[in-house]
Design a protein around this ligand. Sequence first.
Ligand SMILES: Nc1ncnc2c1ncn2[C@@H]1O[C@H](COP(=O)(O)OP(=O)(O)OP(=O)(O)O)[C@@H](O)[C@H]1O
Length: 332
Amino acid sequence: MTAILDIGGFSLSFRTAKGIARVLDRVDLTVRPGEIVGLVGESGCGKTTLVRAILGALPEPVAKRGGGHILLDGVDTLSGGKAAQSMRGRDVTFVPQDPFASFNPLFRVGTQIRDLMRWRGPGPEGSRRDHSRQTGEAAVHAMLDAVQLPAGVLVKYPHELSGGQRQRVLIAMALLPQPRIIIADEPTTALDSILQAQILSLLRRVAVERGVAVLFATHDLGAAWEICDRVTVLYAGQTVEIGPREPFFRAPRHPYTRMLLESMPEPDRALRVIPGGVPNPLAPPEGCRFNPRCPRATAVCGETRPPLSSAAHDHLVACHHPWTDAEQVARG
Ligand SMILES: Nc1ncnc2c1ncn2[C@@H]1O[C@H](COP(=O)(O)OP(=O)(O)OP(=O)(O)O)[C@@H](O)[C@H]1O
């Protein structure tokens, strides 16, 4: 199936006062139509930078594009062309991390939703994009219903809603333009764990019902397990593993993925941490960027970057010494 989002060999650096920060290094990632893909990695691995690049919202002129491509439905999102601009907020929408900062505190929620509909709502009557006022109102009410909010939220100010309600409104706003893909950057980080689970299952349900694809950036593997069909792991700006949810969590191939999974808190087990930290992109290690922290690293890992290669069906890993099936079975 042709990917709705196709990122291949994409590199990006930032010019800083201290030199060039090589933040993304030949990243690969795809999202197929209707699919929910997790973009996972520790803080500082480049998730937000990649999300901004997909949205065509990089800080100019400090961001410098390297090689590779980001194609959204075949359109280069960083081209600055009309096609890329008109996709933003329509074919691709965004659910941000902080639900409060994303609203204007001076206007009622309904006003902000109607403004969005005016600029990015569905178009001519009968088409996929229908601009008529009644249809717009009906769509807003249907969407509030889908995210389980009463119509009364429309007359409230953002500060009169709870964090969970604000995030539900933002999900409704991301769905209203009938996008092909929603980009969600840590959408539940600001919420407590019970609300997080509720919002994630809501996001999954409404996306699946409407056939909308989701790219879900998170540092939380538990959250990825909750809602994703596939997971892509980014480490220090490099794609290290891509796999379907079940085999990915049952038999991770990359040592980083495995250690990331082991570092998830579990009852009756001491917390395990990955020693060291994500490298500074001003001076990243040669070869595989995880090699200084990796217990399986050998000389080749510091010399040559391993290509992404097939580990199992639809499961790719970029590692010179990936976990094998036999090792997974022996380790349990
Ligand atoms: N405008 C910028 N100029 C220079 N460096 C930047 C800029 N924006 C991000 N970076 C650097 O890029 C790297 C990746 O940051 P990014 O925010 O994309 O990571 P992340 O995985 O989203 O982390 P987090 O989960 O903490 O947001 C970091 O080292 C960060 O300092």
